[in-house]
Design a protein around this ligand. Structure first.
Ligand code: HEM
Length: 475
């Protein structure tokens, strides 16, 4: 039988059209539809803080909503129950990341775990993360977290700045049109700067890892995530991860951990300025448990329930990762009669979930006690700000430890109050004014931080100089 090429093309077009129409007729979760942008399809997320638009839409359309971003279906989950059902229980298919041509493929050569698609490489990377951060490994950092905490740090933050600028949906043509990768490399204008940055990143990360390797050979290395991973590699336990993969893995806590904890501390200050009664209650607990002769330590943690609850409330009241990091679905799925197509991007609206009235009555109020007077395991083991399912933040134990020790010590040492302007009048900051982003932080505000007693300054100075000596050994 003779078949013309045109016949084959016609059949292929017809079949794809039937397939597309069939998919489009399936009932996607309700949503605002598509308005604006090219052919009525929005190219970018709602401006400013998208979680607010998502929350408003969910009040109108229901807890799970959808819309199109370019040609990609986007699903947003707005309650803890639905997030847990989809992202935790169905983790096998909800644990990928949306394809990122610019930020992941080109800038990092698919090495950065945060935005890596689900698969064997991600599983290898994640195993390496647990070597350095999970459970017991996190506890091993406690001593260093209680010490007072530069070229490497600056270069690393440059690497992160470059990565963050690529994480704006719709910003790059090549993210929406991956077909551009078929152009000869010399014509792919969008990769010229990124290729140079990737080379610098690899040099930096591999350089750090080799530095530790050299110290291990000399016998001067201290145990850390790098030594553990290098030992694991030597014992054949890294499943063939390349040197570059390992180098990116050990450097990811740097990038994912610094800005997030710093932003949470700014939220803490904002909360204290507005809620002096909570600060006083925590200070009373600290004074009765720790006394005034020494600073609080990790050993005090089990007997400082209010401080612990205050840390949780800081993270709940104003989550710093408002919509988490988007997941992607790897198979078609149905949920409560709604169709969630393969490759849909899925956001958990963490800010909305943290205001869920069923879980957090009077959610706008800053009330640490909500975590004490409860039998609800979702509050006792509260970790919603760290995301969901298999992609849940691997650094959550490290983060909570950092926040606990810094917040406990700040409250023990200082009175925190509203700042004043040049004329001496108090300036109460807006509790909803944030610098938007994947990780957000409060807009700059004035705050007054004063030592609670004269002895405090002396105690801190002694502790700081001891810590400096100890940290010197890590240089
Ligand atoms: C208050 C501090 C922090 C918050 C609120 C936070 C929040 C998050 C969130 C929401 C995600 C995405 C989870 C998901 O996809 O469902 C995430 C991922 C991640 N976080 Fe954190 N994080 C914090 C601190 C840290 C620290 C200190 C580290 C490292 C020491 C870290 C390392 C990571 C990494 C490597 C990922 C990517 C995980 C993956 O894609 O598999 N984070 N974090």
């Amino acid at each position: 039988m003779h078949v013309e090429t045109t016949d084959v093309v016609a059949v292929a077009v017809a079949l794809s059209t039937i397939y597309l129409l069939k998919r489009l007729r399936q009932r996607l979760p309700p949503g605002p539809g598509s308005s604006g942008g090219l052919f009525g399809i929005p190219k970018q997320l709602p401006a400013g803080e998208p979680w607010k638009a998502f929350l408003a839409w969910s009040k109108k359309f229901g807890p799970v909503i959808s819309f199109y971003l370019g040609w990609t279906p986007v699903v947003v989950i707005n309650t803890a129950r639905d997030a847990s059902e989809l992202l935790d229980r169905r983790g096998e298919i909800y644990s990928s990341r949306p394809r990122s041509v610019i930020g992941q493929q080109i800038l990092t050569g698919n090495m950065r775990g945060l935005t890596m698609e689900y698969g064997d490489r991600w599983k290898r990377w994640r195993k390496l993360q647990h070597t350095g951060m999970g459970g017991k490994s996190a506890q091993a950092y406690r001593h260093f977290q209680s010490l007072e905490d530069e070229d490497v740090v600056i270069e690393n933050s440059n690497a992160m700045k470059a990565f963050n600028t690529t994480q704006i949906p719709g910003k790059y043509l090549a993210d929406s049109w991956p077909i551009l990768l078929w152009l000869p490399k010399s014509l792919q204008w969008f990769r010229w700067d990124l290729d140079k940055r990737r080379e610098l990143d690899i040099k930096l990360y591999v350089g750090c890892l080799r530095n530790v390797e050299r110290k291990m050979v000399e016998g001067t290395a201290k145990e850390c995530m790098s030594t553990r991973i290098l030992n694991l590699a030597a014992a054949g336990g890294t499943e063939g991860a390349s040197e570059v993969e390992m180098a990116y893995a050990v450097c990811s806590p740097f990038s994912a951990g610094i800005g997030t904890v710093a932003a949470s501390l700014e939220v803490f200050l904002l909360a204290m300025v507005h809620n002096p009664a909570c600060a006083s209650k925590a200070q009373a607990e600290l004074d009765s448990v720790v006394g005034r002769a020494r600073m609080p330590d990790f050993s005090d943690e089990p007997i400082l329930p209010y401080v612990h609850a205050l840390v949780k409330e800081v993270m709940r009241w104003r989550p710093i990762a408002p919509t988490g990091i988007p997941h992607a679905v790897t198979q078609d799925d149905y949920y409560n009669g709604l169709f969630i197509p393969k490759d849909a991007t899925v956001f958990a609206n963490i800010c909305a979930i943290c205001q869920d009235p069923d879980l957090f009555p009077d959610a706008e109020a800053f009330r640490p006690d909500r975590f004490l007077d409860t039998q609800d395991s979702r509050l006792i083991d509260f970790n919603i700000p760290f995301g969901f399912g298999r992609r849940i933040c691997p650094g959550q134990d490290v983060a909570v430890q950092s926040l606990f020790i810094i917040i406990a010590r700040m409250l023990w040492a200082f009175d925190i109050s509203v700042g004043t302007d040049e004329g001496g009048s108090p300036v109460l900051p807006d509790t909803s004014a944030f610098v938007p982003g994947l990780v957000r932080k409060p807009l700059p505000f004035r705050v007054n931080v004063a030592p609670r007693t004269e002895d405090v300054a002396k105690l801190i100075a002694i502790a700081a100089s001891d810590a400096e000596i100890e940290l010197e050994a890590w240089n």
